[in-house]
Design a binder for this molecule. Structure first.
Ligand code: C5P
Length: 211
């Protein structure tokens, strides 16, 4: 099956680029970050200890997740809740646990089987989940550019709010890159695209040219 892997840090434009590439290729898109966020939301709601990997793995396995344009958690639409600051602050801690990753990676592979391929975006898609992907893109941009993009998505304005967005991104970068299991890193055979000075249309063109 056909898989296009798009990895990169927070705010690098993965969702926008992924959606456009899916549109152009006729593939569906899977946002794996939304899966980690949904498990994190469930953990916060149930008061599960965020340091207990075994408990979090069990929780993840017990959930019914559906990730499309809307994100459903046991049938409830949590599309907006998973973007809350509380979930953003906790998700990298939850995602660092191997038992959680095992459950979600299996679901990601099953999703691709069912959908006959896909554009899959995340942190470890080209390195761990689909090492044989047809195309691997590692999208990056300067911390400033990523902060501005993420702030735009969140509607954050003013020095204080921008500072908070920048800090949140820096903290997630640190945790996602530094973890022992499936850290954020550039796959050996990935094409690195730095979008700092590009608009997202130009990035999409570059990805389609690579394809
Ligand atoms: O993509 P997004 O920024 O929504 O991802 C939220 C978090 O989920 C990331 O910061 C990371 O901790 C985790 N994640 C992951 N592996 C993936 C996708 C996301 O660990 N494949």
């Amino acid at each position: 099956v056909r898989v296009i892997a798009i990895d990169g840090p927070a705010g690098s434009g993965k969702s926008t680029v992924g959606a456009a590439v899916a549109d152009q290729t006729g593939l569906e898109v899977l946002d794996t970050g939304a899966m980690y966020r949904a498990v994190t939301l469930a953990a916060l709601r149930s008061g599960t200890d965020l340091l207990d990997g075994t408990a979090l793995g069990k929780l993840a396995a017990s959930l019914r997740l559906s990730v499309g344009p809307r994100v459903l958690l046991d049938g409830e639409d949590v599309t907006h809740q998973i973007r809350s600051p509380e979930v953003g602050a906790a998700v990298s801690v939850v995602a660092a646990h191997a038992p959680v990753r095992e459950v979600l990676v299996e679901q990601q592979r099953a999703w691709v089987e069912e959908h006959g391929g896909g554009v899959v975006e995340g942190r470890d898609i080209g390195t761990v989940v689909f090492p044989d992907a047809e195309l691997k893109v590692y999208l990056t941009a300067s911390p400033q550019a990523r902060t501005h993009r993420r702030a735009g998505e969140l509607g954050a304005t003013g020095a204080e709010q921008l500072g908070a967005v920048a800090e949140g991104i820096a903290e997630r970068d640190r945790l996602d890159s530094g973890r022992a299991v499936s850290p954020l890193q550039v796959a050996e055979d990935a094409h690195v695209i730095d979008s700092t000075a590009l608009d997202l249309d130009e990035v999409v063109k570059e990805v389609l040219a690579l394809l």
